[in-house]
Design a protein. Structure first.
Length: 491
């Protein structure tokens, strides 16, 4: 029966080890490289950032240092071995009148000692526990760094999507202004419209092209920020895919800006205005007519509760407090002596003498006044750690509250702005129709166009702000992410 229990115990241990190793291999992040014309999604960018981030690697190295410090603290229970060897040459001269002589002696000696700590009234145990709590702190600091990295990538990723949507809107605006210019030029040639309408149309076309160039520059800068958050340089051109909550479909004609200065065939009008509008969709539905986002699953009170439970920085502060308490205990116990055993062996060639000794020592060496001040400082360190925890929890509460309020308010604004985009488009189409038949003037047309263009930009910016606010709330709550990394994944 004893043998059977032995084999069952070892098989269970082997099976558990296999499961743990298998789970670690599943969690490991695969290597992702970006080549020319690659198409990557948000999770791909997060994986790249987590693999490349020197900030995360710094937390990993700090964890390794803390792990070594635990080993150093435990080593106090291991014996200390000392070995020494010496050589002495002694030259003696006698200058007396009776006996003049010169003699020299060579002396060799070898000594070995062994010291073993027996008990120091819990000082070493307190130091070991302190270093263990410091190790826990380092681990939670690593987790906090991972959350910060994921949030930064998400923010920059949404920034690229917003910049791309802005480029689409401005490219569409160039089309509209090109069409207006061509139509106004044709009307002017027929004597239907005045010169001022033609000049305004040309100015608006030039302004829209400048705005488009600026938005393209903003798009490139957004890509640079995304690359920076992934810690990659010299990256070839690549594309990113929309997310479920930020999915704008480009619906514009390709326009060569260099060809817009050529005013040929002005009597031929471009396609209708409705063909140049920006169409946006989320989850395969037209967001302008059927807007819907996945509802955030937690109330504000529950969000705060989860933040206090999940936040790695709060856990790190708790571990730091426990480390300070153990440090204070260690300082107090330094009043107690240490009990140690020692053994030694020595040999000298002079006279071929050797010795062996074994002993037990009780020693204490302490400056009472200095130790009193150390204890006072240790108590203040504990109180400081407790105060930092209270301050952090208050900051976490307001951080969650701010992110939650922003997200909810933006979530309410998005469908209203979607309706506004549709309404301003309808108003623009009506103004365009009135201008085409001579019932409306150019100012009315331009006002309607500007309102439509501004509504689209406001809509895109609000969707961007919503996604950033939601990412900030998830970070503030330290919610489980679809893609993450552990210390073991970097080993």
């Amino acid at each position: 029966m004893a043998i059977l229990r032995f084999w069952i115990k070892n098989f269970a241990l082997f099976f558990l080890t296999f499961i743990i190793l298998a789970s670690i291999s599943v969690c490991a992040i695969e290597e992702i490289t970006i080549s020319k014309d690659s198409i990557v999604n948000l999770n791909d960018c997060i994986k790249i950032a987590l693999k490349n981030s020197p900030v995360i690697k710094r937390f990993k190295y700090n964890y390794g240092v803390s792990k070594s410090n635990v080993g150093v603290a435990k080593a106090a229970y291991f014996p200390t071995v000392g070995v020494s060897a010496g050589y002495t040459y002694n030259d003696m001269n006698s200058n007396s009148q009776i006996n003049r002589s010169m003699t020299g002696t060579n002396t060799y000696n070898v000594q070995a000692s062994l010291n073993q700590l027996i008990w120091n009234f819990g000082k070493t145990n307190a130091k070991i526990r302190m270093q263990k709590f410091n190790l826990i702190t380092a681990l939670f600091n690593f987790d906090d760094g991972v959350l910060d990295t994921i949030y930064e990538v998400k923010t920059n990723y949404y920034g690229v999507l917003a910049a791309k949507a802005a480029v689409d809107i401005n490219r569409s605006n160039v089309q509209i202004n090109e069409r207006n210019y061509q139509r106004t030029k044709a009307y002017f040639d027929e004597g239907i419209r005045s010169k001022i309408d033609l000049v305004n149309a040309e100015v608006n076309l030039s302004d829209s092209k400048v705005t488009l160039v600026d938005s393209e520059k903003a798009y490139k800068n957004a890509m640079v920020s995304l690359n920076n958050s992934m810690y990659i340089a010299f990256t070839p051109d690549y594309e990113i895919t929309p997310t479920e909550t930020f999915n704008f479909n480009e619906s514009t004609y390709t326009i060569d800006l260099e060809e817009l200065d050529k005013k040929n065939n002005l009597d031929i009008l471009p396609p209708e205005v409705s063909d140049a509008k920006l169409t946006s969709s989320v989850e395969k539905t037209d967001i302008l007519t059927d807007y819907k986002f996945e509802e955030f699953p937690y109330t504000f009170e529950k969000s705060v509760e989860l933040a206090y439970k999940n936040r790695p920085d709060i856990k790190a502060y708790d571990a730091t407090l426990k480390a300070m308490e153990e440090n204070l205990l260690y300082i107090k116990r330094e009043y107690y002596p240490e009990i140690a055993a020692n053994a030694g062996y020595g040999y000298k060639n002079f006279g071929s003498t050797s010795s062996f000794n074994v002993g037990l020592t009780v020693s204490s060496n302490i400056n009472i006044l200095s130790k009193k001040h150390e204890i006072d400082a240790g108590k203040l360190q504990v109180q400081l750690a407790e105060n930092e925890i209270d301050l952090l929890k208050q900051n976490v509460y307001f951080e969650v509250q701010n992110a939650y309020v922003n997200m909810i308010e933006l979530e309410k604004q998005i469908p209203l702005l979607a309706v506004k985009v549709r309404q301003t488009l309808e108003n623009f189409e009506l103004a365009d129709g009135r201008y085409a038949v001579g019932l409306g003037d150019f100012i009315e047309l331009q006002d309607a166009k500007v309102q439509y263009n501004n509504a689209q930009h406001k809509y895109v910016q609000t969707v961007y702000n919503y996604n950033v606010a939601r990412a900030a709330l998830e970070k503030a709550m330290a919610l489980q992410q679809d893609v993450t990394i552990t210390i073991e994944d970097l080993n």
